[in-house]
Design a protein around this ligand. Structure first.
Ligand code: HEC
Length: 159
């Protein structure tokens, strides 16, 4: 990836308010594999979705090929069973995942399903190229992120 691309990615993710991980925090901790697994997945999700948010906001020039690539990668990430990263007994550790996740697994999973549906639709409308429809679906997808974060993600690390 070019330096310019990396920079615009970092900017995009920051703008989308998604870069909340301290630089010192490593994504791979062999004592906390599930926590690393889920956090790495969210990082990949954000690295693909963030630039789409910046694009529809007009903060970076619209590049349809890249929009399609981001939405394709996002949809591909949805094929991973991320609930493996929320297995029983993985609530503690270096994490911002609230304990309520393990108390309300079905509700949590239904919010995850909403994200999957939104990302699938985003891939579809992005392939069609209608910018207004794409912007709308980026908004809907962002709501799926927020609705889960509001209930289940803490602002600070918990333990
Ligand atoms: C069903 C719930 C849910 C949905 C939907 C969801 N998230 Fe999250 N997200 C979480 C939880 C819980 C954490 C905290 C994980 C942890 O710290 O172990 C998290 C963490 C993150 C992180 C920080 C990862 C790290 O490095 O520690 C980012 C970035 C993020 N989410 C972005 C997104 C984006 C972007 C979307 C939508 C495209 C999204 N999330 C949708 C629940 C969700």
């Amino acid at each position: 990836m070019s330096n310019h691309m990396l920079k615009s990615l970092a900017v995009a993710v920051t703008i989308a308010g998604l870069a909340a991980t301290p630089a010192s925090h490593s994504h791979l901790n062999d004592k906390e594999l599930a926590q690393s697994y889920r956090q790495s997945w969210f990082a990949l999700v954000a690295a693909n979705f963030g630039p789409m948010v910046s694009t529809v906001k007009g903060e970076v020039p619209w590049d349809q090929a890249r929009m399609q690539a981001w939405s394709d990668e996002l949809a591909t990430l949805m094929s991973i069973n991320i609930m493996r990263g929320f297995a029983d007994g993985t609530d503690k550790g270096t994490t911002r995942a609230k304990p309520e996740i393990w108390e309300n697994k079905a509700d949590y999973e239904s919010k995850m399903d909403k994200l999957k549906e939104a990302a699938a639709k985003l891939q579809e409308v992005t392939a069609n190229g209608d910018r207004k429809a794409i912007a709308q679906q980026v908004g809907a997808t962002g709501k799926a992120c927020k609705s889960c974060h509001d209930d289940y993600r803490a602002k600070e690390y918990l333990y």
